[in-house]
Ligand binder design. Structure first.
Ligand code: PRX
Length: 655
């Protein structure tokens, strides 16, 4: 966050009460009601979670144990039970009038749109599930999705869940290289993709990236590719490997029973960046994830039967998993999915969707809000957004200025702003206001949800005092927590459970974020404390970008840091030393940026590349990123530089 923002966060004193009308009808309508839930969860967590799981999910077989935490950090929730996420999202709504309720509204980029009732969506999911079976996919087989934002993405996810095949959704903006890494790491059997999608007024091909990822037998486990026709552009298909969705799926039976899955059966793998190594495959399992996506959606959006919920994320990220697909559908809500994005030729694109579909709950990212602020209130003011009642934000710290703009310009002061803190690893929201209960402060995610033992601690696991900075941690397991890193349980332990030793000897979940708590107990999340860079709310590991840079033949060494960016939260600056005899110029800089784009995806392209003869290192050879961060931000290098091996490096980098 820019320093000016940190300053204003520290001085922030405004408080907004929940609107009385909303509170009067809310599921959790007062701080007393919230505190009562917190106290119940505190007093007997097993009883609390057990009761919610029994009430909120359908069980084929009831569970006998709520939580087995005998082998931390490997939690087992709701053992003995069997359930199915697709059943909970679809079939259980078909008994009554909800069957004919709209489940999914899809708005395509060129203006085409589709709607599915719960009954229709269930039938589509069954057909897709039967198609997967026809391709040889069975329980436990991993299916990758590399898709644009089309209804088939949600249908495919639910189809996988229906037959117990875990999915691994790879964001469509990732490159062929990044896709290949994820296909290999997962041991994926079938890939579902599309010929392309529409992005910013033009058709963008996707299938060629799949071909490239699979070329030369690079992913030997991948047997088949299922291709949705979206753009209609000419698309080469490989005989025996590639099948068109409309040819295979449309002719399938719409009857496909949901497979009873054990609570701890794998539901999905989703890759995210950490501070070391390659992206990790975060593993979520069936019942715990389902419960957490379901409950959090209900609590934080105070969902009502007539709500139209729109989350602007891509299904390639956890936000899309939990709050476009699973949370809303599990609750029987109407969810909107949008293929497009605002852009200079269509600055009002989002507001048009809200007006057209009468959206009542809108969930987006601070980076989008800051971009809207820049183009002025004249744009949203042209649209009727009176249907809105709750505004949510997620992905990065929101500066109070953007928060206030969101509240006043988009919500006209009527809608609570719900700043939700969470992560891919947490499965669902962890810290957030409840719209009918929690007084909000601009820039604060406020308080942990009931049952979430979030804390801010020092290195030894002691809670820090009021307004003291510390590490955001969670003291007790929760149902939606990730279970492991795919294929690497040790990495799971090391990345999340070994940073802080619990003062009472119990393990603590380390989130990787810094935070402070004010006198009211409100959490203010300040951003990552590790080498993860957050660009427009997308997580990128410095090391991943560094590896991409050094894979270019001209590069000898690279160090990548974030620097504050008014729009994107953080921008990427790469310090690069070249192979002996080479010198850096603008053309090479452009080439390296392109190279990173091809290795990871356009979002990882550095904003700036600085060539230098050497990088600042400690005597033990560790790159001193703190120094590079200051240099990238144009700040004075402060603090101790005595461990620097060669001080002249610093002087050279300054100019
Ligand atoms: O740094 C925090 C930031 O996003 C990280 C999680 O990123 P990811 O796994 O990609 O999930 C993003 C969507 C849930 C966190 O470690 N972050 C997320 N929400 C907030 C946030 N930082 C501050 N305030 C938030 N509301």
């Amino acid at each position: 966050m820019p320093d000016a923002t940190i300053e204003s966060v520290l001085q922030e004193g405004r408080i907004f009460q929940p609107p009385a009308e909303l509170a009067a009808r809310a599921r959790i309508g007062s701080m007393e009601a919230y505190r009562e839930l917190v106290a119940r969860a505190e007093a007997d967590p097993d009883a609390f979670w057990g009761e919610h799981a029994r009430e909120q999910l359908h069980w084929f077989e009831p569970f006998h144990t709520v939580l087995d935490w005998s082998n931390p950090p490997f939690a087992r929730w709701f053992e003995g039970g069997t359930t199915n996420l697709a059943y909970n999202c679809l079939d259980r709504h078909l008994d009554g009038p909800r069957a004919e309720k709209t489940a999914l509204i899809w708005e395509g980029e060129p203006g085409d749109s589709r709607r599915f009732t719960y009954r229709e969506l269930q039938a589509e999911v069954c057909k897709a599930a039967n198609a997967l079976k026809a391709l040889g996919v069975g329980k436990g087989d991993l299916v990758a999705l590399y898709m644009p934002m089309v209804p088939e993405a949600a249908i495919a996810m639910l189809a996988c869940a229906r037959i117990g095949a875990p999915h691994s959704v790879v964001f469509g903006g990732f490159s062929a290289e990044a896709l290949r890494d994820r296909l290999i790491d997962g041991g994926v059997k079938v890939v579902i993709t599309a010929d392309g999608g529409f992005r910013k007024d033009k058709a963008v091909a996707l299938k060629p990236a799949v071909d490239q990822a699979l070329a030369g037998g690079a992913c030997p486990t991948v047997e088949q590719v299922l291709v949705v026709r979206r753009t209609g552009e000419a698309t080469p298909m490989e005989q025996g490997r590639d099948r068109w969705w409309h040819e295979l799926v449309d002719s399938q039976s719409s009857d496909c029973p949901a497979v009873p899955m054990a609570s701890e059966d794998r539901l999905f793998v989703l890759y995210t960046s950490g501070s070391t190594g390659k992206p990790k495959g975060v593993v979520h399992t069936t019942a715990g994830y389902n419960l957490w996506a379901h409950l959090t959606f209900q609590w934080i959006f105070d969902i009502r039967d007539d709500d139209i919920h729109w989350c602007t994320a891509d299904v390639g990220w956890i936000t899309g998993h939990s709050y476009i697909v699973y949370g809303p559908l599990s609750n029987g809500a109407t969810t909107v999915m949008y293929e497009g994005a605002p852009r200079p030729s269509k600055p009002g694109a989002f507001w048009e969707v809200i007006q057209k579909h009468k959206v009542s709950i809108f969930y987006t990212a601070p980076t989008a809000i800051r971009a809207f602020m820049k183009s002025g209130r004249e744009v949203p003011d042209q649209y009727d957004m009176s249907t809105l009642r709750i505004l949510g934000t997620v992905g990065e710290p929101i500066n109070p200025e953007a928060w206030m703009w969101y509240r006043e310009v988009i919500g006209h002061g009527r809608c609570p702003v719900i700043d939700t803190w969470w992560q891919t690893e947490t499965g669902g929201v962890m810290i957030s206001p409840l719209p009918g209960a929690t007084p909000t402060k601009p820039g604060s995610a406020t308080l942990p949800l009931p049952g979430i033992a979030a804390d801010i601690v020092d290195n030894e696991g002691h809670s820090v005092g009021v307004d003291e900075g510390g590490y955001l941690a969670v003291r007790r397991p929760w149902p939606g927590m990730m279970r492991t890193v795919h294929g690497d349980p040790e990495r799971f332990r090391k990345s999340y459970w070994e940073h802080i030793l619990g003062a009472d000897g119990r393990p603590l979940y380390f989130a990787g974020d810094g935070a402070r708590r004010d006198a009211d107990g409100y959490f203010w999340v300040m951003g990552r404390v590790d080498d993860v860079i957050s660009v427009s709310g997308h997580r990128l590991g410095s090391m991943e970008i560094e590896s991409a840079l050094v894979s270019h033949p001209s590069v000898a060494e690279a160090a990548v840091v974030g620097r504050p960016d008014d729009l994107k939260g953080e921008g990427i600056v790469a310090f690069v030393t070249l192979q002996t005899g080479l010198s850096g110029d603008a053309a090479l800089g452009a080439e390296l940026r392109k190279h990173v784009g091809a290795e990871i995806g356009p979002i990882a392209r550095p904003d700036e590349i600085r060539f230098s003869d050497a990088l600042p290192k400690t005597r033990s050879g560790k790159i001193m990123r703190r120094i590079l961060r200051a240099l990238a931000a144009g700040e004075e290098v402060s603090g101790d530089t005595s461990t620097l091996e060669d001080r002249s490096v610093l002087d050279a980098l300054r100019v």
